[in-house]
Design a protein around this ligand. Structure first.
Ligand code: NAP
Length: 319
């Protein structure tokens, strides 16, 4: 199927590459000699990230679109074929995160999570498989520790990430005979700056506070540039699974050995979280008022990550 104009450099498609981890994964692949086809819904956000990536001497094509829409995902992969004549690496990274108690979540929040993180993994993967099979390609499926065990106040996210883990692990088993490797990435907290665009319901200010603090604490969360390096290395080596952060590794081990105990402990942690279950329309973090002073001091790492990793204020309105 390769065209006469096939590129001599390897080519990677990265979804959700306009900011945060997706941008860093694309940058890591560029630094390892890949040309890029990058995607996100916001064309403006994507253009800023692409300009930064182009500065690293790589060929970058932007394809704005929603990976939950099959035709958009197919267009993304078709662009790699038309422009470069090949595809070596697919990274399914696009994701949304909604924070609040289960009772405050609407059916729509669950649908949004499944769309972005289950269908947003399935559609690009199915579209890319024929091209990846031509070259023994690599798939890096970004899931989450929330796809392996329950995290309180993140139920739509947890459900959608469990579905994504199931899909990626199942595909790993079947794709191997065609020479395609699937690496299931299971990160714990990384400082990508994501609290700016995460969506909050219930007591929005209090939910934003605990989530941003957790994201900022060096013992709990990991430097996102280091995480991106480890994830890309694992994918290019064809490793089956990569779990990041000591807390995530510990949680997974405990859940594997003693699931009932893990769930009891998480139920205790849940009691410490805000109790307001009012189902308010979700608001992105950058619109939620935050206390100054002590909060700014404790969350400096997250704010610095947001600035460096293109956490522009989201222009895609929450549904
Ligand atoms: N940050 C963490 O601590 C952490 C931990 C474990 C796993 N993860 C996972 O890592 C991935 C990236 O996280 P992050 O912190 O970098 O998040 P982020 O900063 O919110 O970035 C999410 C990216 O996905 C894009 N996106 C969202 N929905 C999309 C859709 N339907 N179609 C196309 N693009 C879409 C966003 O751009 P648009 O809004 O413009 O579409 C953005 O580029 C996610 O899958 C997340 O679940 C993150």
């Amino acid at each position: 199927m390769s065209t006469p104009g096939t590129s001599t450099r390897p080519v990677a498609v990265v979804t959700g590459a306009s900011r945060g981890l997706g941008f860093l994964l694309a940058r890591e692949l560029a630094d390892r000699g890949h040309d890029l086809v990058v995607n996100a819904r916001s064309a403006d956000g994507l253009a800023v990230a692409a300009a930064d990536l182009q500065g690293r001497g790589t060929d970058v094509v932007t394809v704005p679109g929603d990976v939950a829409v099959e035709a958009d995902a197919q267009r993304l992969v078709a662009t790699a074929q038309e422009r470069f004549g090949r595809l070596d690496v697919l990274v399914t990274n696009a994701g949304v995160i909604q924070v609040g108690p289960a009772a405050a979540m609407r059916t729509q929040d669950f649908a949004d999570a499944m769309n972005a993180m289950f269908w947003g993994t399935v559609h690009p993967t199915l579209a890319a498989l024929p091209l990846l099979r031509e070259r023994g390609g690599r798939i890096l499926a970004i899931t989450s520790i929330g796809g392996k065990l329950p995290a309180p106040h993140l139920l739509p996210y947890v459900a959608a990430k469990h579905a994504a883990v199931g899909f990626a692990e199942g595909l790993r088993v079947e794709a191997a005979r065609h020479g395609v490797s699937v690496t299931v990435a299971v990160p714990g907290l990384m400082r990508t700056g994501s609290p700016r665009n995460a969506l909050f319901t219930g007591d929005q200010a209090a939910e934003h506070r605990w989530f941003t603090l957790g994201d900022s604490l060096p013992l709990l969360s990991m430097d996102a540039e280091r995480a991106a390096g480890k994830l890309v290395r694992a994918a290019l080596r064809g490793r089956p699974e990569v779990v990041l952060t000591p807390a995530a590794k510990l949680g997974m081990r405990l859940h594997g050995i003693a699931p009932a105990t893990t769930m009891r402990l998480l139920a205790v942690a849940n009691r410490l979280l805000p109790s307001d279950e009012t189902p308010r329309p979700p608001r992105p973090g950058h619109t939620v008022a935050r206390p100054a002073g002590w909060f700014d001091a404790l969350t400096a790492l997250t704010r610095s990550a947001a600035r460096r990793f293109h956490q522009h204020d989201d222009v895609v309105p929450p549904s």
